[in-house]
Design a protein around this ligand. Structure first.
Ligand SMILES: [Zn+2]
Length: 337
């Protein structure tokens, strides 16, 4: 089906309730190019350098030249897929596979599905994760839940009882242990669950890390629900607090609960155990944010998620952390609150 340039691709339209991988696989090169262009610039092609909207079209090279700054750019220039080596179709397929996996996807599986090298799939999936990170600037208000869970801290007990140590003591714990903190705003319609989720990584669930996290994301006047952990005690000075004691009950008599935050951790754990297996601390913030994105989009059609992720991949700037990854340009330090 031929479309005129101003018509929206059906995969991007609100009517696209779902799509199949076959739809993507059947796209010819120029259709994949068109789809990517529309997702990247829904308001019309704009220069990635100066955002100017007037340009010359260099047809034979499939590029534009900005009338303002004279910058020459292609459909992927300045996006996370700039200098791409694979056909655009393969990237769209990667986004489609990634959007369809409600519990995340391992790089190994992606490499098998796309028939690309493992390292290509690894960088690709991290670039997609990176494009979702803008959710981390969100401000939450109204009713918010906070919770934390530990990862990478499991110390296997020694075989013989005589060799076992007290794993509760700090000196016997794994130094890689990290706390994943989550804040979720509840939907105003009861029953719709959480809908805006932010995450952060800390060395431990403490008053200091919790205060820094809350200060970054929570508006004054918000009601915060938390469990009985001492880390949340200092929040009483600034916010209206609802507490639930999980060793006694999951929903307090007053209705206080952290069920939406628990729901996030449930998905996060299934992503860890079932797909990614190992959450390295270097990129732990990315995995936590990915689980948050998937949790927040759980009621959207896969077509809508697909369109959203392509839009983000197009809008995201060249990946600083994964540009030239295999030439030695690696992220140096983990991101802690
Ligand atoms: Zn320009």
């Amino acid at each position: 089906m031929k479309r005129t340039s101003h018509e929206q691709h059906y995969l991007l339209s609100a009517k696209a309730r779902s799509f199949s991988l076959m739809d993507i696989a059947r796209l010819a090169d120029d259709e994949a190019w068109e789809l990517f262009k529309e997702a990247r610039w829904p308001e019309g092609v704009a220069c990635p350098k100066c955002d100017h909207k007037e340009h010359y079209w260099l047809g034979t090279r499939k590029q534009w030249r900005c009338k303002c700054c004279k910058h020459t750019f292609s459909v992927t220039s300045g996006s996370i897929f700039s200098n791409h080596k694979l056909p655009l179709n393969t990237y769209l397929m990667a986004i489609a596979l990634y959007s369809n996996c409600a519990k995340g996807m391992s790089a190994l599986q992606l490499s098998r599905d796309l028939n690309v090298q493992y390292k290509t799939a690894f960088v690709l999936s991290h670039k997609m994760r990176e494009s979702l990170m803008d959710a981390q600037t969100a401000k939450l208000d109204d009713e918010v839940e906070i919770d934390a869970a530990y990862v990478n801290g499991h110390v296997r007990p020694a075989n013989h009882i005589a060799n076992r140590v007290d794993r509760r003591k700090k000196e016997n714990q794994d130094p890689n242990k990290r706390a994943v903190l989550v804040l979720r705003e509840r939907h105003e319609n009861e029953g719709e669950g959480g809908f805006k989720t932010v995450t952060a990584i800390a060395k431990a669930e403490t008053e200091e890390s919790v205060e820094a996290f809350v200060a970054r994301h929570v508006e004054p006047g918000t009601t915060i629900s938390a469990d009985e952990s001492n880390a949340y005690n200092s929040l009483h000075a600034k916010f209206k607090m609802e507490r639930v004691n999980h060793s006694v009950e999951y929903v307090a008599k007053c209705g206080a609960n952290t069920n939406q935050a628990e729901s996030f951790f449930s998905r996060f754990r299934r992503m860890q155990l079932g797909q990614v297996h190992r959450f390295g601390n270097l990129y732990l913030d990315r995995y936590a944010n990915e689980a948050a994105y998937r949790e927040d989009t759980r009621r959207k059609s896969n077509g809508a998620i697909f369109a959203d992720v392509i839009g983000r991949c197009g809008a995201a700037k060249v990946s600083r952390e994964f540009c030239g990854y295999w030439q030695g340009n690696k992220k140096q330090a983990e991101t802690l609150i």
